[in-house]
Ligand binder design. Structure first.
Ligand SMILES: C[S@@+](CC[C@H](N)C(=O)[O-])C[C@H]1O[C@@H](n2cnc3c(N)ncnc32)[C@H](O)[C@@H]1O
Length: 254
């Protein structure tokens, strides 16, 4: 019975991206709750029951802890927010902004968050001391890392590739001629042309990215990942950043 359960859970997780599965579970948790509404149960209690059911379902189907927490709190918090008197157009505006910056992350499983100033400083220190060093930020977001490097190492040839159109546009406008910013997927970028490759992505693509690094990067180049390890491959250097999220740089010399 346990084996059948595990098989079912695995099939669900393989078939659907975690965010879609989490949403389906959030909605399904309303099914047993709605008839109780018709019986006159108080809404705050039903919202709490729905949250608990959604979290338990997420746990049962093996979603990571943060999805269990999101599903536990989503409807109760949405209910509190709807009652708070905040103009609903703000929620719509927030949702629209999230959608245009991060909708692609449903597929890529890489959301938008930004490198800190400490990350820029530590990377700048490790760039080779010669002119024309070629650096790429894979998934350059809003271009913050490249802006920082352009300010400290204007002699480098900076590039960024970004898949989300709004993020790409912001990077492009911010960086102008200081960097070559392309709209597209990092998987189409040939890494052989770079001395330093930087990525701040998520755990999801790291094993595949490491395969690409090993196939394409030239000996003597540097691969730097902010926060996310390559499964089973120790970094040559780890640098604690002591920034807001207490992140670290993992550095491999190829
Ligand atoms: C965590 S953010 C990092 C932003 C930036 N590198 C920084 O450090 O400030 C990751 C970015 O990678 C982008 N991204 C995710 N998958 C991608 C892909 N396959 N190709 C290009 N960009 C991608 C996302 O849209 C997001 O903007």
């Amino acid at each position: 019975m346990n084996d059948a359960n595990n098989l079912l859970n695995l099939s669900f997780r393989r078939a659907l991206p975690p965010a879609v599965l989490a949403l389906l579970l959030l909605l399904s948790a309303w099914l047993p709750v709605l008839p109780l509404l018709a019986l006159g149960w108080p809404l705050p209690l039903l919202v709490a029951i729905q949250g608990i059911l959604a979290a338990l379902l997420s746990r049962w189907l093996g979603l990571p802890g943060w999805w269990q927490l999101i599903n536990l709190l989503f409807c109760p918090l949405a209910w509190l927010a709807a009652d708070s008197g905040i103009d609903r157009r703000w929620f719509l505006a927030g949702f629209a902004l999230l959608a245009i910056t991060s909708l692609g992350s449903l597929k890529t499983r890489v959301p938008l968050y930004l490198s800190s100033r400490r990350a820029v400083e530590e990377i700048a220190k490790r760039l080779p001391e010669r002119p024309d060093v070629r650096v790429v930020d894979l998934g350059c977001g809003l271009g913050g890392l490249l802006m920082g490097l352009a300010a400290t190492r204007a002699d480098c040839r900076l590039s960024g590739v970004e898949m989300a159109p709004l993020n790409w546009l912001v990077s492009r406008l911010r960086l102008g001629r200081k960097a070559n910013i392309r709209l597209g997927s990092l998987w189409r970028e040939d890494l052989a042309g770079y001395d330093v490759v930087y990525a701040y992505l998520s755990p999801a693509p790291m094993a595949r990215l490491w395969d690409k690094v090993r196939r394409e990067m030239r000996p003597g180049s540097l691969f730097i990942s902010n926060s996310f390890a390559v499964p089973g491959v120790a970094a040559d250097e780890t640098v604690a950043l002591h920034d807001l999220t207490d992140s670290r740089l993992l550095i491999w010399r190829i």
